[in-house]
Design a protein around this ligand. Structure first.
Ligand SMILES: [Zn+2]
Length: 247
């Protein structure tokens, strides 16, 4: 294949733009913000079960406390009623009086026991609520951090996308000026050789695979016509000669 040396240099520019586009696309999918969002989503997910457990515990305890409140209220009402009967002086039979006094005392102990139990439940509520608050705060922090990562990602996306757009436009203009056969060969090599279809021979080295050229290869290259499109035997890629080639 033949191509004007100037055209061959344009091909190197094209390779430069394609490599830049590959780097931009790679950067777009490997932004640290994306990994950070995944990490935070996992943390929020892990908190979900613990939060549900904690909420259940708090509401179960609140129900238990309400139950004690009702029981205490019942005992208190009954005790007040008994006391009023005692104080009213209407009961004159000693046995009845004694039974009633006994019941008032029993109810008093019962109320005190219930109040102790309620206090215990209230202490447990305080500790469970503290844990729930801690989990809620943590979740809020994760959400905020995730939102910040998302904003960072969107900013990076728009910068990258703008750069891709500029580079694609430049690449199209450049590719339009290249011969179809050379472009087709380059595209085919680029597709099969990991993104590099053409490279500059630099200091006696292939710019595609970075292997040093053998002396006999250098001799062949020196003898080749300037418009000959050279291929590296080792990697098959197009090799372009420049002033830096060291031949
Ligand atoms: Zn090579």
């Amino acid at each position: 294949m033949k191509a004007d040396p100037f055209v061959q240099l344009r091909l190197l520019e094209l390779q430069g733009l394609d490599s830049a586009l590959d780097r931009l696309r790679h950067r777009r999918t490997s932004l640290p913000e994306l990994a950070e969002m995944v990490r935070l989503d996992a943390l929020v997910g892990a908190l979900r079960d613990a939060t549900v457990r904690s909420e259940t515990e708090v509401s179960d305890l609140a129900r238990e406390q309400a139950k004690f409140e009702r029981e205490i209220e019942q005992v208190r009402t009954r005790r007040d009623r008994d006391r009023q009967r005692l104080e009213s002086g209407t009961i004159t039979v000693a046995k009845q009086l004694q039974d009633l006094q006994h019941e008032v005392a029993t109810l008093g102990r019962r109320q005190s026991d219930l109040e102790d139990s309620e206090l215990e439940v209230m202490e447990r509520i305080e500790s469970a609520q503290g844990e729930l608050d801690r989990l809620t705060t943590l979740r809020t922090e994760h959400f905020e951090a995730r939102a910040a990562a998302e904003t960072g990602r969107d900013t990076a996306f728009s910068e990258i996308d703008a750069e891709v757009e500029r580079t694609v436009a430049e690449r199209s203009a450049l590719a339009a000026g290249l011969p179809a056969d050379l472009l087709a060969l380059y595209e085919r090599l680029r597709a099969s050789e990991g993104g590099t279809g053409a490279g500059e021979i630099s200091r006696g080295r292939c710019g595609g695979c970075h292997l040093d050229l053998m002396n006999n290869e250098k001799t062949d290259i020196r003898g080749a016509a300037p418009d000959e499109v050279l291929r590296h035997e080792e990697c098959g890629r197009i090799m372009v000669r420049t002033a830096e080639s060291g031949l």
